[in-house]
Write a protein that binds this ligand. Structure first.
Ligand code: NAD
Ligand code: DAU
Length: 364
């Protein structure tokens, strides 16, 4: 995995629960953390929904300090037991329902996991922290999204940490609700929370419902590339390895109770991103039957309530903690396309009946 930060010189090992550690970003973070801090105890807590995958943790089976627990973040007795028996001092909370299109089809699971699940973790961690005498070193790190800030026009300034919340989808509304709970637990109870709101991630182990992996796999299978609306929506692309190093920096140096925005400095229109993916595939897989891959592009009905533009102002994390992204979108996409080309054994089993049904519902 890509790891860029250096471990602090003197450091007491942490006992960390990583929720959602079998999902896309969570698993990249588990690889990052186990590589950076092999002396830490790491407990991956993941319900293994359609988006969770044990294969994302391949290579870590022999890691002596890693424990995998299949379980739900809404299961309070389970959380209480893990916090106590593992003497947990840190929670890094990724677990969520994360896909906007699925939140439009069925918002209930988003409210349950993203809001009730986050509440359950906060309550359990608060009790655990109190019972331990409120130690200074405890941390609850909540991973959130730039989507809580709403949608920008082409000329609006990028989101800062003080941009008012204006969530537009059931997904972003449920993430906003969880962010407010985290903030309130610090303000009211003094719980040592940290929060990061980041832009669109991409890289290895990305489930093929999201734009980049879906386009990569459809090109490989010679299927149409469905671009929503006019393709002019803008996202700020953040390579997942950069996101992991940013969270690491915040956990070790962030000020308790604060929020840090994380972005990639890579604003790209969707259609231009799809062109880049097509051109990379043409270069890296010249034997594919449909050539050029751009011939597969199809404009389809827009996503309801589709946010036009997201952009992150990451000045705060840069000036206060010295973090900046290290991977350009050109380099990150090249690495990602190469990864999907070399890991057909990873993505092929994900194209299950459930996936096909989901695909028909969204793209029919
Ligand atoms: P993902 O959908 O790939 O993975 C989510 C993981 O959470 C899966 O492993 C799933 O099994 C697990 N999970 C779901 N419900 C659970 C529950 N009730 N209990 C325990 N585990 C459960 O998501 P991702 O893209 O890796 O996103 C991780 C986090 O980062 C989310 O909180 C998301 O909101 C946030 N985020 C993602 C992006 C992005 O571009 N992907 C950007 C900003 C923020
Ligand atoms: O901004 C951070 C968010 O990024 C995260 O909080 C979410 O968890 C993550 O899913 C992502 O949300 P988006 O909706 O921006 O990502 P998605 O990959 O679904 O879509 C990216 C853009 O591409 C968006 O403008 C919609 C468009 N799109 C997407 C798909 C799946 C298409 O045009 N066609 C598609 O088939």
């Amino acid at each position: 995995m890509d790891s860029v930060s250096q471990p602090p010189l003197s450091r007491t090992p942490r006992h960390v629960i990583i929720t959602g550690g079998a999902g896309f970003i969570g698993s990249n973070f588990v690889h990052h953390w186990c590589h950076q801090y092999p002396g830490d105890r790491v407990i991956v807590l993941d319900a293994l929904t359609y988006a969770g995958n044990r294969a994302n943790l391949v290579g870590l089976e022999g890691h002596a300090n890693l424990r995998f627990v299949q379980g739900d973040i809404c299961d309070r007795p389970l959380i209480d037991a893990l916090l106590q028996e593992e003497s947990v001092d840190t929670i890094v909370h990724f677990a969520a329902e994360s896909h906007v299109d699925r939140s439009i089809l069925g918002p209930g699971a988003f409210v349950q996991t993203n809001m009730v699940g986050t509440f359950t973790l906060l309550e359990a961690f608060r009790q655990h922290w109190n019972q331990a005498g409120q130690p200074d070193r405890y941390r609850f790190h909540h991973v959130s999204t730039d989507e809580v800030y709403g949608s920008l026009s082409p000329t609006d300034p990028a989101f800062t940490e003080t941009t008012p919340y204006t969530p537009n989808s059931p997904y972003s509304a449920s993430k906003a609700g969880s962010d407010h709970l985290v903030r309130a637990y610090h303000h009211t109870y003094g719980l040592p929370t940290l929060m990061t709101n980041c832009s669109n991630n991409y890289g290895a182990y990305h489930f093929p419902e999201k734009l980049i992996p879906l386009m990569c796999i459809n090109i490989l299978m010679g299927k149409p590339l469905p671009v929503y609306g006019d393709g002019q929506n803008v996202r700020d692309w953040l390579y997942v390895g950069d996101h992991c190093s940013a969270i690491d920096v915040v956990i070790h140096g962030g000020k308790v109770g604060e929020t840090y925005n994380i972005g990639g400095n890579n604003e790209v229109k969707n259609i231009d991103l799809v062109y880049m993916l097509c051109d990379l595939m043409d270069e890296l897989a010249p034997a594919l039957p449909i050539h050029p891959a751009r011939d597969l592009i199809t404009f389809v009905k827009d996503r309801p309530g589709h946010d036009r533009r997201y952009a992150i102002d990451a000045t705060k994390i840069k000036t206060e903690l010295g973090w900046t992204p290290s991977v350009t979108v050109q380099e990150g996409l090249r690495r990602t396309v190469t990864w999907y080309l070399e890991h057909q054994d990873w993505w092929q089993p994900l194209l299950s009946q459930e996936y096909q049904e989901y695909y028909r519902k969204v793209y029919a």
